[in-house]
Design a protein around this ligand. Structure first.
Ligand SMILES: [Zn+2]
Length: 706
């Protein structure tokens, strides 16, 4: 197949008559299409890997080969991919869990009927053996593409267990050419990818491009406190032309930074894999809107967790700033590399703060399911009477957060030989014996710690930052960039900001408000509600028994009130300034409607005066009476130790009673800490059942982790 035809397709695909191949693009196409080899392309982001696989697909189809199968890790990527495939005349379809069954069935049929030139799927799809044996293999793929191939390697920072299924599938189609692409590959990752793609008697080719990007001015700045970094962001961002991304490590921080920038008049929004307060479907829609708004330059900046990642491509993005340190040099390189793809000057600033270490420790600790959880989970599935359990059944019997149970199930499903399978909604134990891969887990945890130490060293670096990044990625050819803060300190950003901005940021951190959403139901149906509240017998839809939207002053332990609240909890007495801060929040930011006319509180078991004294102080400042309306009638375990809704509800069932309720009068219900919100939901329902007016829950601090 000729270079000329390939070039024609490129021009058509990118919509430019003067387009030409980037270095290595034609070589890649030639290797796949004409020599039918397996190939790994290590090229920086923006190199044009999708041009390579769409042109190859078109050429293979013209030669009469079967369709291309593309494995890609993110659905966000798929949307863009389908549009760009059409430009090359490639009919691309997808089968994925966010589509309806009908759409998925249709695309499977189109693939088998030869009507699709390419199918793009998430690696998780390969977990479905029927899909592999009845769709993928019979479609007789002409080309197999593995996008973001570093995910296949457990040397990579974002190893995805499902990627390991790819090598098992490839074993079944040994003659099919394979293209694996990645922008981030250290030698170890490349070796690991090679190992996974290897088949008897076939050589695997490697095309490795230069990884550094000439446009980016790199800089590192350490500012220990959140308020300092907020002030710096507000000072610097308006000075940079164009749009950008600010990366934060947690969802809380992403939305906090976005709110701060907005309050300073900067067009910013928060972005995360799941957006607080939205359902999964709404969250996905919102993310798409936000990406589009940034692409259209309607936003100056998106403040995101690592969720805004692979597949988001805006060539003229002029800055990527990290509000907190990235977890590794490799992930930092990948994120900062989103800036300056098609412009001459862009900025990459890595800020770091005092809280970074603690956040990373948490991520490293929680990266794998706990041994006890896996043991208990398999134990339930192994019971003689067990014919498989739904995820909800497991949650009812295992005192672990739903997210942790979900992660353990995903982890186990991807193990080989797999100890569990999913049939319909049921998880079942297979006959394979199983023990946790302790050695692998230790090895990976140590590696993560090593990666963290490496980026800490990068933060201290005094030589060329771009060169250090490139070397960390085993690009030994890189030379000093001449642009970074170490090469060209005169053009670097100042680490200073106006004093007033610092003051304003401190005030902002003290003036947050976290909403408490009312729970609309106490279970996913009558049966679950009945099992959770045998004593109280609440209807499964709360209706009138639900409380009104509530408010929390701060996150536990965070700068500002969070630290003062945490200290109060430890000292068993709250600083009176917290009461003033709550009053200010009630009057200025929350404004409950109708305004409560009396106050009550959640009695605590161990320190009976802690919340009582605080509630009385708040009531006094509001000029209202504080009534002892809620009494604890049954000793309970600490609600903090209950890890999912089933355990939380059962722990609260029958624990409280109400008295002295003021009929029809709106009430402020105070607790010191709010986590899942079940305590508020239960007490509010009891108050409402005793004829109270609307219930407005308020807590000093949120102990919810995220
Ligand atoms: Zn440099």
């Amino acid at each position: 197949m000729s270079h000329q035809r390939a070039l024609e397709l490129l021009k058509q695909g990118v919509g430019s008559t003067t387009a030409n191949f980037h270095t290595d693009q034609w070589e890649a196409i030639d290797t796949i299409v004409n020599h039918r080899k397996r190939l790994i392309c290590v090229q920086r982001t923006g190199w044009g890997k999708s041009s390579v696989y769409f042109i190859s697909t078109k050429l293979m189809r013209e030669k009469g080969h079967g369709p291309t199968v593309i494995i890609s890790p993110l659905l966000a990527l798929m949307r863009n991919q389908i549009e760009s495939a059409a430009m090359y005349g490639v009919a691309l379809g997808t089968v994925n869990s966010s589509q309806s069954n009908d759409e998925n069935t249709l695309n499977k049929q189109r693939l088998l009927a030869g009507q699709l030139d390419a199918l793009i799927i998430a690696p998780e799809q390969l977990a479905n053996d029927v899909f592999v044996s009845e769709v993928i293999i019979p479609a007789n793929p002409g080309l197999f593409v593995i996008d973001e191939a570093h995910c296949i390697s457990d040397w990579g920072h974002d190893f995805r267990p499902d990627y390991r299924r790819i090598s098992r599938v490839l074993g079944n189609i040994a003659d099919t050419p394979v293209l694996a692409t990645t922008a981030t590959a250290t030698k170890r990752v490349v070796e690991d990818v090679l190992e996974q793609l290897r088949v008897e008697g076939q050589q695997i080719y490697l095309l490795r491009g230069q990884l550094t990007r000439d446009s980016i001015h790199l800089q590192n700045i350490h500012l220990p406190k959140r308020s300092q970094r907020l002030a710096w962001l507000t000072h610097i961002i308006p000075q940079i032309q164009g749009t950008g991304i600010v990366y934060a490590t947690t969802i809380n921080d992403a939305f906090l930074v976005a709110a701060w920038l907005k309050s300073c008049g900067i067009a910013a929004e928060g972005y995360a894999g799941s957006i607080p307060g939205l359902s999964k479907a709404d969250s996905a829609e919102k993310r798409e809107q936000l990406e589009q708004a940034l692409l259209n330059n309607e936003l100056k900046v998106l403040v995101s967790t690592s969720a805004l990642g692979m597949g988001f491509d805006k060539g003229d993005l002029s800055f990527v700033i990290h509000y907190q340190s990235a977890g590794s040099v490799v992930s930092y390189y990948q994120q900062v590399g989103r800036a300056g793809r098609s412009i001459e000057n862009a900025y990459g600033v890595l800020l770091s703060g005092d809280e970074d270490q603690e956040i990373q420790n948490y991520f490293i600790r929680e990266a794998f399911p706990k041994r006890e959880l896996v043991h208990d989970l398999l134990g339930l599935l192994e019971e003689d009477s067990c014919d498989g359990l739904k995820k909800a059944d497991l949650e009812a019997q295992l005192n672990y957060a739903p997210m942790k149970i979900g992660a353990a199930l995903t982890f186990l499903k991807a193990e080989y030989p797999t100890p569990i399978v999913k049939e319909g909604p049921l998880f079942k134990r297979t006959v394979s014996a199983y023990s946790m891969p302790t050695e692998m887990i230790e090895r990976l945890s140590e590696r993560k710690i090593g990666e963290w130490q490496e980026i800490q060293a990068y933060l201290q670096e005094s030589s060329c930052l771009m060169q250090v990044l490139a070397k960390a990625l085993d690009d030994e050819l890189a030379t000093p960039c001449g642009k970074c803060a170490n090469c060209d300190p005169e053009n670097a950003f100042t680490s200073l900001y106006p004093h007033e901005l610092g003051q304003k940021a401190v005030e902002f951190l003290g003036n947050t408000m976290i909403p408490i959403e009312p729970k609309k139901q106490v279970g996913n149906g009558h049966a679950q509600a009945a099992s959770r509240f045998q004593e109280y017998n609440f209807p499964f839809r709360l209706g009138d028994l639900a409380h009104e939207p509530g408010a929390v002053l701060c996150h536990w332990g965070e700068a500002g009130w969070g630290e003062i609240a945490a200290a109060g909890k430890r000292a068993h007495a709250f600083d009176p300034r917290l009461a003033d801060a709550c009053i200010k929040m009630i009057n200025e930011r929350w404004q409950p409607n109708p305004m409560p006319t009396w106050v009550t509180y959640v009695p605590s078991q161990n320190y009976p005066n802690l919340v009582k004294d605080f509630a009385e102080l708040v009531a006094e400042k509001l000029g209202l009476e504080c009534v002892e309306a809620v009494v604890k009638i049954e000793k309970t375990l600490s609600q903090k130790r209950m890890e999912n809704s089933d355990f939380r509800c059962k722990n609260l069932d029958g624990a409280f009673a109400v008295q002295n309720v003021r009929a029809d009068e709106p009430v402020l219900l105070i607790d010191d800490a709010s986590d899942s919100g079940w305590t508020f939901a239960v007490i509010a329902a009891l108050l409402r059942r005793a004829e109270s007016g609307p219930v407005f829950p308020m807590a000093i601090m949120s102990t919810k982790s995220n």
